[in-house]
Ligand binder design. Structure first.
Ligand code: NAD
Length: 295
């Protein structure tokens, strides 16, 4: 059994921490929000008054927070309090620059650090089937592997510090682009009088096949069960897709890489979110597109 500090017990963090408790670990948690603290107490998580107190005798520390600025401020607080040899796993989705800065802060104090964002959403967090994309040293990865395997179903050690966040935003940029492509194809097919099931049967076994069609088809009643079959309730909300697309564009700016499709995808999700689509599943892009005028 290890002592694990867990900072950020929200929609994702709480079920991840609960899986660690169920596996026999002692979780020392902290969150700013009273409702999160109450839910954590109900799940046998020992809750502390501050992030520093939650981590001070922990072997591992997990942070699951909204953005890079908050992650860095929490790192500033917990690093002086952490015990020698501890490894901090940041599983938040944040910008690559902040992730690299977090590694620098931890390593300057002799602590291990991993950027380990996840794919799989709240359902994956609850089921312990998340995919972790991990950046950091082999030594830190080895120390964290058992806990990561409890919270996740698949671990990919992608490389040095920042590699996990890089993998996450490249994957999600591709996902955003491919979902818009799937929505356009099914919408055009409908206008052409082509049966949606016929298009699915062709695309899902042809060169246009992709996860956005085969697994998560944006048309109700077509393909495996998906948010389209549940009135586009998330799933993965359009606001979260927009967050990740913006991170991809920040990384593209910082590395001077042209990603015109990623930029266009970000603009389209921004427009969907600026309408009334923020809390709609990202596959609800199909309805947004069908209401757009052809320019
Ligand atoms: P959330 O808002 O539900 O949880 C974040 C928690 O952090 C909140 O409970 C908040 O009170 C807490 N927090 C904020 N500042 C804090 C601080 N200074 N100290 C302690 N606690 C603090 O968000 P979430 O859905 O759990 O997402 C967490 C991260 O996971 C985000 O980076 C998100 O992009 C990423 N993510 C989310 C999903 C998803 O489906 N929700 C999927 C993949 C990745």
């Amino acid at each position: 059994m290890s002592k694990i500090g867990f900072i950020g017990l929200g929609n994702m963090g709480l079920p991840m921490a609960i899986n660690l408790v169920k596996a026999g670990h002692e979780i020392h948690g902290f969150d700013l929000v009273p409702s999160a603290i109450e839910a954590a107490k109900a799940a046998d998580i020992d809750v502390y008054e501050s992030a520093a107190e939650a981590v001070n005798d922990a072997d591992l520390i997990v942070t699951m927070l909204p953005n890079g600025k908050i992650v860095l401020s929490v790192f500033e607080e917990i690093i002086p309090a952490a015990k020698a040899g501890a490894v901090i796993i940041d599983s938040s989705t944040i910008d690559v620059s902040s992730a690299k800065k977090a590694h620098e802060l931890a390593e300057a104090s002799g602590l291990g650090c991993l950027d380990a964002p996840v794919s799989g959403g709240v359902g994956g967090a609850e089921a312990g089937t998340l995919t972790f994309m991990v950046g950091g040293s082999k030594d830190s990865f080895a120390k964290a592997e058992e806990a990561l395997n409890i919270m996740g179903g698949k671990l990919v050690h992608c490389g040095a510090g920042g590699a996990g966040q890089s993998a996450k935003i490249c994957n999600n940029m591709l996902l955003g682009i491919s979902m818009i492509g799937a929505c356009e194809a099914f919408s055009l097919a409908e206008k052409l009088g082509l049966d949606q099931q016929s298009l699915f049967d062709v695309v899902s076994t042809s060169s246009g096949s992709c996860w956005s069609v085969n697994t998560y088809c944006p048309v109700p009643g077509i393909g495996p069960q998906s948010p389209a079959d549940n009135d586009y309730k998330p799933g993965f909300a359009a606001a979260l897709m927009l967050k990740d697309l913006k991170l991809s564009q920040q990384a593209a700016d910082e590395s001077n890489m042209a990603t015109p499709m990623g930029k266009h995808a970000a603009d389209l999700y921004q427009a969907m979110v600026d309408g009334d689509g923020a809390d709609t599943d990202f596959s609800g892009m199909i309805n947004f597109l069908q209401n757009m005028k052809r320019g």
